[in-house]
Design a protein around this ligand. Structure first.
Ligand code: HMG
Ligand code: MG
Length: 304
């Protein structure tokens, strides 16, 4: 029997950088992806192809995707390098750049959907379906995201049935996995246990779900562990705890990848990631962005 393992989806280059307010040079973004790859991470979301008005920071996505080093990583079939895509326009750019995996995203709730993609939930689902259909016809893999699984920054608490509805839609359109996002970062372990149990009891296989926890209330590591106890084996995280969304005001970064790797390493659960190389990467990118390292494990291990 092989040892227990989890898969970590590093979203630092996309979720981590998308809300940084000053311009980050494209070479820094490229070096971030390269350093993350060298830690042993095999799933790295490298950018998004969205409206540059919505997310000015990632307006250089074509340069990132056209880079030789990125192209050589994209040709490695052992890696998953998803690119976040809101519509067919973005998909066409991704396909032209040789991208092999895309991520589509919908909200469980109306307020965030309107703010984030200027569409209702149903319109967002329809757009994601068009992207997923065309992507799959071109043999791309498609990952799905649901935002606002516990609460919406504008509408308040999210009914579990609203999450179930969009999870089913994303699986039905061919997403191989659906990542459940606590966009505002308000959920606690009890909420995680309740939602995953509800989805399982409603017939959603836990093997198709991932956890995507933002750390606004300091609950993200606890939420990862609770989801693991429920049977989830895939987790999104950002090196250095980077992250946030301009359309979820006040939300903090993703759970830090260093903290997740430390958590699982101490539990004897394999991640395939070299923790010290990850810590170096978190220290480096925090300095590049002139900000404090939001990873507790990263900060502690960096001064050892
Ligand atoms: P819109 O203004 O309603 O639509 O935006 P539009 O079609 O009129 O497009 C506006 C402009 O953007 C046009 O340019 C388009 O050409 C251009 P203009 O004619 O004005 O010069 N455009 C594009 N450019 C490049 N790539 C594209 C693209 N599409 C249009 N793909 C739209 C609607 C969906 C495009 C916009 O609202 C958008 O891009 N939203 C994305 C916002 C975003 O990226 N949010 C963060 C990611 S989601 C997230 O962080 C949550 C997650 O982490 C999980 C969690 O934590 O919950 C995933
Ligand atoms: Mg997010």
């Amino acid at each position: 029997r092989s040892a227990a393992s989890v898969r970590i989806v590093e979203v630092g280059p996309r979720d981590g950088l998308q809300n940084v307010k000053f311009p980050i040079p494209t070479p820094t973004k490229l070096e971030l992806v390269d350093r993350l790859h060298k830690t042993g991470l095999t799933s790295i979301e490298i950018t998004s192809v969205v409206s540059p008005k919505a997310i000015p920071q990632l307006a250089d996505c074509r340069q990132v995707l056209g880079n030789e080093r990125i192209k050589s990583l994209m040709s490695d079939s052992t890696l998953r390098l998803p690119v976040l895509i809101p519509n067919v326009k973005g998909l066409d750019i991704a396909i032209a750049s040789g991208v092999r995996e895309v991520a589509v995203f919908v909200s469980a709730t109306e307020g965030f959907s309107k703010a984030n993609i200027n569409a209702t939930v149903d319109e967002g689902v329809a757009r994601a379906r068009l992207v997923a259909q065309k992507a799959r016809a071109t043999t791309l893999s498609v990952r799905g995201y649901v935002s606002c699984i516990f609460a919406d920054p504008y509408d308040g608490p999210t009914p579990q049935a609203a999450v179930l509805k969009v999870v089913r839609e994303l699986l039905d359109m061919g997403c191989y996995e659906v990542s459940l996002g606590d966009t505002v970062g308000v959920g606690t372990a009890r909420d995680v246990a309740s939602l995953f149990e509800y989805l399982r009891a409603s017939g959603v296989p836990l093997s198709k779900l991932a956890g995507h926890f933002h750390d606004t209330y300091g609950q993200a590591v606890s939420n990862v562990w609770q989801a693991y106890q429920c049977g989830v084996r895939v987790f999104d995280s950002s090196v250095g705890g980077l992250g946030g969304c301009p359309f979820a005001p006040g939300a903090k970064g993703n759970v830090a990848t260093e903290d997740v790797v430390y958590l699982f390493q101490q539990a004897g659960v394999q991640t395939g990631v070299d923790l010290m190389k990850l810590v170096e990467t978190g220290t480096w990118i925090s300095k590049e962005l002139n900000k404090a390292n939001e990873s507790r494990a990263g900060s502690a291990l960096a001064i050892k």
